[in-house]
Design a protein around this ligand. Structure first.
Ligand SMILES: Cc1ncc(COP(=O)(O)O)c(C=O)c1O
Length: 422
């Protein structure tokens, strides 16, 4: 008889899931804050704006009106109609209600989609740097994430040659995040067309995560992947939600639009899992999608101002290069210049994680290491906080970095990094 007591009760697939590398930094920042230490947090992944008043009112009204029962698993018809209208008006896309399903945030929608689309050993192409959740969701659904690098020189967008080399018989899906968390990359119509052509050639599905669609800067024009052509639409599942556009992160509303067969399967999984998104949230989401959108304009104007400031400050710092984001609310500066530098006590910093720990301890600023997103030469700074906090945080970072000096391994280490650079 086998010794059952020594065996882990946990399913084998969990072995591939790692605790988030960001957790240590975030937990340490929270601990310091709770002790009264004045931490500037540039780590947030959510807008620092309130939920629009009319959305709050709609939620309260739905409770008072007793709209508190189970709803259809795909979402109330009013909400699916509002989403269909949004896709038509904003993206020129025609979807019927049975081609739309609603879930508990885009994250839950992506997971449900993975459940219905991925078979064991399917390869899922994920451009790096990537949003942390994609690889783990692939693993949790027994598929294999296949990371492909994007380059600074291409504005962190997927180069068609790189994609062509990566795809093959096993490719089930390509995950596109436009605009991208963490890099801020945004795709032009031509770039999307090149990627879609490759996906169609190899029969891969395109999962287009467009959650940051509304938060875009300067002259960047967002194009929905599915809007490229009827052929592309037939192979694309569009994922979106209200977390970022309407600052509704805690409300948990996301949706997918795509071919009816896939949407029907997702709805079936949801019926055995969440049953439905909280009824109140659905009614509030109708108001968010159909009501006054001026709150969005104000939020994006504030983000634009902060983005300009943060990128200009970062690019003004010794040895740092920062891409000008096309969208989302993160700066993703390359900080590898400081790798193998040492502090006054002789401690050496060789990667983004240790450098983040240094910034937390010595500058009292929390940022996320690029390693968490598959880009160790970078840090992710969120500008979803006030200008005062941004200014203070960047001043502290600049001072702390200026105290680092090349250590004994500096030249060798930097040469090694240069060789590895894509
Ligand atoms: C790229 C990306 N996709 C999806 C999500 C998940 O959004 P939601 O809050 O709707 O689950 C996030 C949230 O951080 C994100 O950054």
């Amino acid at each position: 008889m086998s010794d059952v007591s020594s065996e882990s009760p946990l399913a084998g697939r969990l072995k591939k899931i790692k605790p988030s590398p960001t957790l240590r930094i975030t937990a340490e920042a929270a601990r310091l804050k709770s002790e009264g230490v004045d931490i500037v947090s540039l780590a947030a992944g959510e807008p620092d704006f309130g939920v629009p008043e009319h959305v709050q009112e709609a939620a309260i009204a739905s409770i008072r009106d007793g709209k508190s029962r189970y709803t259809p698993s795909a979402g109330i018809p009013e909400l699916r109609k509002a989403i269909a209208q949004k896709l038509r008006t904003d993206n020129g896309l025609d979807y019927t209600p049975d081609e739309i399903t609603v879930g508990c945030g885009a994250k839950n929608i992506l997971f449900t989609l993975a459940q219905v689309l991925f078979d064991p050993k399917d390869e899922i192409v994920i451009p790096a740097p990537y949003w942390v959740t994609y690889p783990d969701q692939a693993f949790l659904n027994d598929a294999r994430p296949l990371m492909i690098r994007t380059r600074e020189a291409d504005g962190f967008t997927v180069h068609p040659d790189v994609l062509r080399k990566a795809v093959g018989r096993k490719t089930k899906a390509i995950i596109l995040n436009n605009p991208c968390n963490p890099t801020g990359a945004g795709y032009t119509r031509e770039q999307l067309e090149q990627i879609a052509e490759i996906a169609l050639e190899c029969g891969a599905w395109i999962i287009s995560d467009e959650i940051y669609e509304k938060i875009v800067y300067d002259d960047f024009e967002f194009v929905a992947t599915a809007s490229l052509s009827p052929q592309v639409k037939a192979r694309t599942i569009t994922v979106n939600g209200l977390s970022k556009s309407h600052a509704m992160t805690g409300w948990r509303m996301g949706y997918a639009a795509g071919p009816a067969e896939i949407i029907k399967a997702m709805t079936m999984v949801q019926s055995q899992n969440i049953s439905n998104v909280t009824s109140t949230v659905q009614w509030a989401s109708v108001a968010a999608l159909t009501g006054d959108q001026s709150c969005l304009k104000e939020m994006v104007a504030a983000f634009q101002q902060r983005k300009d400031y943060v990128v200009q400050r970062l690019n003004g710092m010794e040895g740092i290069w920062c891409f000008e984001p096309k969208g989302a609310f993160y700066a993703f500066p390359r900080i590898a210049h400081y790798f193998a530098m040492v502090d006054a006590d002789g401690n050496e910093y060789k990667d983004s994680t240790s450098l983040c720990e240094y910034l937390l301890k010595q500058a009292l600023v929390s940022v996320i290491p690029g390693a968490a997103f598959g880009g160790d030469e970078y840090l992710r700074l969120s500008f979803a906080t006030s200008m005062d906090q941004l200014k203070e945080g960047l001043d502290r970072i600049e001072q702390a970095l200026s105290r680092l000096k090349p250590g004994p391994h500096y030249d060798n280490y930097q040469a090694h990094l240069e060789q590895k650079r894509f």
